[in-house]
Write a protein that binds this ligand. Structure first.
Ligand SMILES: Cc1cc2nc3c(=O)[nH]c(=O)nc-3n(C[C@H](O)[C@H](O)[C@H](O)COP(=O)(O)OP(=O)(O)OC[C@H]3O[C@@H](n4cnc5c(N)ncnc54)[C@H](O)[C@@H]3O)c2cc1C
Length: 460
């Protein structure tokens, strides 16, 4: 697009929103140029901060008129580059659209602006005995509901409650054609036609922009009980996790943290008393008796795989677990990490992890393994600096190999972080026939290719 076209777009946006909500250059544009991946940055043409749906529709109208791409942004915590601006794009920052529009506790539903932050929403719901469960781990205090819907985010409680998709009833969207529409209904079930709403869940802003989200809510569990176990053998920890997930119905969360990652946590003063080994953290939900029974059953399974309880007095397991991504990235400065969040069927978990570790060890490389193992979701992180560092080429080749291995056993290249830029080239292997249908849907909803172009779908 010509400089003249870009200038005309910026002037038109200022005319629409006023100069105080259109940012070109400066700290706002720099802050919106990257996400939490290590996949680089792109300074956007500008950043706009709409306050209501009609403004979003008008922004899409201007993008169509001037041929300027748009990249939606919640909090920018994506780990696969999905919120890095497309080249030449205007970033539509949804942080000001964060109101609760309607809360109907007796129907267990809420309608919110897409910019509301996950933890804030749950704080508002707590007095009503309700919550939105997925819990995206270490980003729960920042990730927005719009970003979670657009990546189909999950997290520690997705084992019992499922990921974001399960809780989305309806969305108001502006498509890449400029149409405003509601997809989905506020009732819990509909059989009326193709499910357009589910197409927007996980679309990473490539089909259109979400201006409102209606969620179903879960009742808060009457009781919760946490425990942790440590194993000398990683395959044993994985086998125990698979058994707990399959046979202990009270399990709400089931997380793995391997020894290399625990070593980094132990270096922090608060966690100095962590034992060495591979850890499983669990949480049971239900009535008090059920929770006790669930944790006792988990302890029995752990013991049958030579696991032992973590010593008492350690900090909250989720507080530790939520710091894993941060400590690993810190250890890999200044180059960062290459990651995959592939997922495998539970019965493949132990072999998959053991083989990945053996391959890394053979080359004297560090491979961090943690994740929502109750769902088979593994976060495998390869540091590009520090002890056991991989070269970027080696790590990218290994990421591809791991993801293809996961796909070959029926798993997926991304359990929850999405495709963005980092997993794009894996899509043909996972959807050899489906990819053409995905391209057809993209051109139906976004015929001019202006909605977060370059994300999700690989080049032709
Ligand atoms: C420390 C850490 C831990 C994490 N843990 C987890 C985890 O446990 N589980 C998990 O699933 N993820 C996790 N993530 C990844 C990330 O937090 C999630 O993907 C989250 O859902 C992104 O939300 P966001 O508001 O930051 O979205 P952004 O990064 O801003 O955007 C993500 C995608 O959504 C699109 N988008 C945003 N808003 C809209 C909108 N209104 N309309 C259309 N498209 C939109 C963007 O264009 C982009 O494609 C973690 C990230 C970090 C940094």
């Amino acid at each position: 697009m010509s400089d003249g076209g870009s200038r005309a777009m910026v002037e038109a946006l200022k005319g629409l929103l006023g100069s105080d909500r259109v940012f070109t250059g400066g700290p706002e544009a720099r802050a919106a140029s990257a996400d939490e991946s290590d996949l680089g940055s792109v300074e956007p043409l500008g950043v706009v901060r709409p306050r209501e749906a009609p403004e979003v529709a008008a922004i899409v109208g201007l993008a169509l008129e001037h041929g300027v791409p748009l990249t939606a942004r919640g909090a920018g915590t994506s780990l696969e580059g999905s919120s890095i601006p497309s080249p030449g794009a205007v970033v539509v920052d949804f942080s000001a659209m964060d109101a609760v529009a309607e809360l109907v506790p007796e129907e267990q539903r809420v309608t919110v602006g897409p910019g509301i932050v996950y933890e804030r929403l749950n704080r508002l719901l707590q007095p009503h005995g309700l919550f939105f469960p997925p819990s995206p781990g270490g980003s729960a205090d920042a990730a927005t509901v719009g970003g979670m819907v657009s990546t189909d985010a999950s997290g520690i409680y997705a084992l019992k409650y499922g990921g974001t998709r399960r809780w989305v009833l309806a969305l108001d969207v502006v498509t890449g054609r400029g149409d405003s529409m509601r997809v989905g209904r506020v009732v819990p079930k509909t059989s009326a036609g193709y499910d357009l709403k589910d197409l927007f869940v996980g679309a990473e802003g490539t089909l259109g922009l979400i201006t409102s989200v209606t969620l179903r809510l879960a009742p808060l569990p009457p009781e919760a009980r946490k425990a942790g176990f440590v194993f000398d053998d990683l395959a044993g920890a994985c086998a125990a996790a698979a058994e707990m997930a399959a046979f202990i119905p009270e399990m709400a969360a089931l997380e793995l943290c391997d020894a290399e990652t625990l070593d980094l946590l132990r270096a922090l003063p608060a966690y100095a008393s962590l034992p060495s080994g591979h850890a499983l953290f669990v949480e049971a939900h239900g009535r008090a008796d059920d929770c006790v029974q669930g944790v006792e059953a988990a302890a029995a399974v752990a013991a049958s795989h030579q696991g032992r309880p973590l010593p008492p007095g350690l900090p909250d397991p989720w507080e530790m677990r939520h710091r894993t991504t941060g400590v690993i990235r810190e250890s890999a400065r200044p180059r960062g990490v290459v990651r995959t969040d592939c997922a495998v069927p539970l019965r493949r978990l132990a072999d998959f992890v053991a083989e990945a570790k053996t391959r890394a060890a053979r080359r004297a490389r560090t491979l961090h393994v943690f994740g929502h193992v109750g769902l088979g979701i593994l976060h495998l992180l390869m540091p590009l600096a520090g002890p056991g560092a991989w070269t970027r080429d080696e790590a990218l080749a290994e990421k591809r190999r791991l993801a293809l291995a996961a796909i070959s056993v029926g798993g997926t290249s991304s359990g929850e972080h999405g495709v963005g830029l980092g997993n794009r080239d894996l899509l043909p292997a996972e959807h050899p026939v489906g990819l053409a249908y995905m391209r057809g849907l993209k051109s139906l909803f976004d015929p001019h290719g202006l909605m977060n172009p370059g994300k999700v779908l690989p080049g032709p």
